[in-house]
Design a protein around this ligand. Structure first.
Ligand code: 1GP
Length: 247
């Protein structure tokens, strides 16, 4: 398995090419819906597929990964909501540290538990500083993390947090309003984080329109993540992908 996903993030950043990631919650789509969604992702030239969720209700992660991998060559990246969401069926894993929170389990505890398993797997590790941002209402991510998200209107806290994450050696910064966020991360927050770090910035949570995706790219995001909005309207994926790739 070629291990170059992190390099593709860095290269895209260098070349100022904006990327789109589709988030698939393995619980949500039925088999036909999943097939349709991945076919749409292929046609839209989506750059990455993230798979994971803050709380999974079914044991469908492995079967979902196998199905997705059988339908596409797009790199499939685990976006784990817990240590249970580790699988060699993906290409890479966002090895997340929830640096916006002060919950020691999600800062380092779960990573210690997962490390020996990950060491044995043929899975590329993407060290990622994960920042949860307050987004209008509690999300599953904010509740399950047992941590306080960064206030929406405090971009300077996000900037300092990202800066510290990069200084600690984290290679990617993920600014997330959480799935189904009422309002997405603000452009001014993305902008201040952009000024604070060189690492590629991933932005997601509540992005529902090509306009918002583009605004985030212009503010300095390198990768836009969309999930919820495409579940009800897979065609939106093409519109957002086109807008992101042209920005
Ligand atoms: C959530 O960033 C992702 O962690 C995507 O959020 O499902 O709201 O698009 P949505």
């Amino acid at each position: 398995m070629a291990h170059n996903v992190l390099q593709t993030f860095a290269l895209a950043r260098q070349q100022k090419q904006k990327k789109l990631a589709l988030l698939i919650d393995p619980d949500t789509p039925g088999e036909d819906q999943l097939k349709h969604l991945v076919q749409e992702a292929n046609q839209a030239h989506v750059d990455y597929i993230f798979v994971g969720g803050s709380l999974l209700l079914k044991d469908t992660l492995e079967s979902c990964l196998v199905k997705v991998k059988s339908l596409t060559n797009i790199p499939v990246i685990l976006f784990p909501g817990s240590v249970l969401q580790v699988s060699e069926k993906a290409d890479a894993i966002l090895f997340l540290s929830l640096i916006s929170g002060r919950n020691p389990d999600l800062l380092i505890g779960n990573q210690v538990i997962a490390a020996p398993y990950l060491k044995q797997l043929d899975l590329e590790i993407l060290p990622t500083g994960y920042l949860l941002v307050e987004s209008g209402q509690a999300t599953t991510a904010s509740y399950m993390s047992g941590s306080q998200p960064i206030p929406h209107h405090k971009p300077e806290i996000a900037a300092c947090t990202a800066m510290a994450g990069e200084m600690l050696g984290l290679k990617l910064i993920y600014l997330d309003g959480g799935s189904g966020a009422q309002y997405p991360v603000s452009e001014s927050m993305v902008q201040q984080v952009r000024q604070a770090v060189d690492a590629p910035i991933i932005v997601g949570g509540g992005i529902k329109t090509p306009e918002k995706a583009v605004a985030n790219c212009k503010a300095g995001a390198d990768v836009i993540v969309v999930g919820n909005a495409t579940e009800s309207n897979p065609k939106l994926l093409r519109q957002i992908a086109e807008a992101v790739h042209q920005s």
